[in-house]
Design a protein around this ligand. Structure first.
Ligand code: PEP
Ligand code: MG
Length: 566
């Protein structure tokens, strides 16, 4: 078996077709007729652009606009006056077109690759694709015809380029295996859009696999099973059918309202970490964002982001959501989330230390600049503020006072913001659960962070496998905590959501419905599955389940019972 990164879910069983790399070798030479060489270069670029338009149109038909835009981006890059100008300058200095294209593209590839940033590195793959395309045309190399691949083909290739993907006939290609790429590379995005199972970054795939051999591609696990036995083929054929059946069923929940079997409606939001993730939330059919973890803006850099940088990020996410709610959590650092340049002192017990809202309230300038950025963005959509790790009413009061101060500053400067912005509490500590009645009187909403709430209630670190047996939201103590928080919110008539992982757990869903949760916030890939799971239950059925569960005394008893009902 070969191992790689599972980049597009599903099972593919088929015969290998290896796409060998075309030789793009050329002998660099000095040219004498500069005008003729410039014409040859420009002709190749025109042809490259024509081919790309054709490929983009093919992708647009088979997959969609967004994927076609990836290819159309190649035209913008090669037509970029700076890049084109540099290439032409080399030709004018008597280099042949192949060498000029190669040299300038290499400069961009090196520059983009050096960033270490996934998205910018993706640009390097694009430029490589462009270089190979243009040099291929200059050399008159015939393009590989993936479109001729017969039904049941598993494509095996060093690097799947967007232009190659354009030739893929969805009905014939059952799997993709590459030697390069990551979850976020264009090939992964395209494979997912085409719904073809894909395993990327399989070391030596091109040399280890041979044409026509039978393989199984498991795009979820990242496995390529070679020489499968008859039993394995049967086992994976069944898995494949079950997967396709589920995919079809889940798709039938796209565009539907989120409602229980009795028609009671719920909100189903997504958790995001970057403004770009907001696009994923929309594509996943999320009805808003229930948790924007803003830490990303502060990580992987050497200094604090400015108010303007933050404003741009929050505004971008909000515009992508087109008026759907966006709950922005203020900076939640400390514990397992480190930001080296803040120079936080090493602590004996960081999870109980100087972190999140505690740190922010003591670093008011930094905190105020984040709050101002959020307020400014609130002029562009339905934005709400949420404070993490609240353990005492004073923290909420101080945070809210700072929001008022920030509003006054903005008003004095004539800057627009939402005067009625809602300020909520992330209930994720045992203390916030116990004083949920007090907090509910002063907060506009709650969102239950079960990842931390479980840890703080059980005094069990989520990252410590030795105490993992205690870390479960289905512990009687955690369930009581959750029920209490929801009841306290209901008593004060404020909405209550859940943004911890438990919101997507099918065993938890009937309990949450019974307790009275009004909003579920989950990762984008879970949206349709959660909507389906919610649709299974009436409130009355959920109440009957919850009544039984809340009478049980151990987590083992509770999970054993819940397993039988889902
Ligand atoms: C939580 O604690 O449940 C939560 C959603 O936040 P994080 O996982 O970022 O701590
Ligand atoms: Mg948390």
């Amino acid at each position: 078996m070969l191992k790689g990164i599972g980049a597009s879910d599903g099972i593919g069983i088929g015969r290998v077709m290896i796409i060998a790399e075309q030789s793009l070798e050329y002998t660099p030479k000095q040219i004498t007729d500069v005008d003729a060489e410039l014409e040859r270069y420009r002709g190749a670029v025109d042809k490259f652009c024509d081919n790309t338009v054709e490929q983009a149109n093919a992708i647009r038909q088979s997959t969609g606009d967004k994927e076609a835009e990836i290819l159309e981006g190649h035209i913008a890059i090669i037509r970029d006056p700076f890049m084109g100008g540099e290439i032409e300058n080399l030709i004018k200095a008597n280099q042949c077109a192949e060498a000029a294209v190669d040299q300038i593209c290499k400069m961009f590839i090196d520059m983009f690759s050096a960033t270490g940033d996934d998205l910018t590195m993706q640009r390097a793959a694009d430029v490589r694709d462009i270089r190979d395309g243009v040099i291929g045309i200059l050399l008159g190399v015939q393009e590989v015809k993936i479109s001729d691949a017969p039904a049941g083909t598993v494509l095996v290739v060093k690097e799947l380029t967007p232009s190659m993907t354009a030739g893929i006939k969805k009905e014939n290609i059952v799997g993709i295996v590459t030697e390069t790429g990551s979850q976020t590379s264009h090939s992964a995005i395209l494979a997912r859009a085409l719904e073809i199972p894909a395993v990327l970054s399989v070391q030596g795939a091109v040399t280890q696999l041979s044409t026509d051999e039978l393989v199984i591609v498991d795009g979820a696990k990242g496995d390529v099973i070679t020489a499968p036995s008859e039993e394995q083929v049967t086992e994976y054929t069944n898995k494949r059918e079950a997967f396709l059946r589920e995919r079809r069923e889940l798709e039938s929940f796209r565009g539907k309202v989120t409602a229980g079997a009795d028609g009671i409606e719920y909100e189903l939001f997504c958790n995001i970490g970057t403004p770009k993730d907001a696009t994923k939330a929309v594509e996943a059919d999320g009805e808003g964002v229930g948790l924007f973890r803003t830490e990303f803006l502060f990580m992987d850099r050497n200094q604090l982001p400015t108010e303007d940088e933050q404003f741009d990020a929050y505004k971008q996410a909000s515009l992508i959501l087109k008026g759907k709610p966006l709950i922005i959590r203020t900076l939640d650092i400390g514990g397992d989330k480190e930001i080296p340049y803040l120079g936080l002192a090493k602590e004996e017990n960081p999870f109980m230390g100087f972190r999140a809202i505690r740190y922010c309230l003591k670093n008011r300038d930094m905190f105020k600049s984040q709050i101002k950025a959020i307020l400014r963005a609130s002029a562009f959509g339905d934005i709400r503020i949420m404070f993490p790790l609240i353990t005492a009413v004073e923290e909420l009061r101080e945070g809210k006072a700072l929001v008022e101060e920030a509003k006054a500053d903005l008003k004095a400067s004539g800057i627009a913001y939402d005067e009625n912005i809602k300020v909520g509490v992330m209930t994720e500590t045992a203390a916030s659960g116990v004083i949920a009645d007090l907090l509910a009187k002063e907060a506009d909403f709650f969102s239950i962070g079960t990842n931390d709430l479980t840890g703080y209630t059980m005094a069990a670190d989520r990252g410590n496998s030795d105490v993992g047996y205690l870390y479960s939201p289905m512990q009687p103590s955690v369930l009581r905590m959750i029920r209490r928080i929801i009841r306290c919110a209901a008593a004060e008539n404020i909405p209550v959501g859940m943004c911890g992982e438990a919101a997507a757990n099918p065993m938890m869903i009937p309990l949450l419905i019974s307790f009275g949760l009004t909003e579920f916030s989950v990762s984008a890939p879970s949206v349709l599955r959660v909507r389906k799971n919610i649709s299974k239950w009436t409130k009355a059925e959920a109440d009957a389940i919850a009544e039984k569960v809340m009478a049980m005394t151990t987590e083992a008893e509770i999970t054993a019972y819940l397993e039988t009902i889902i």
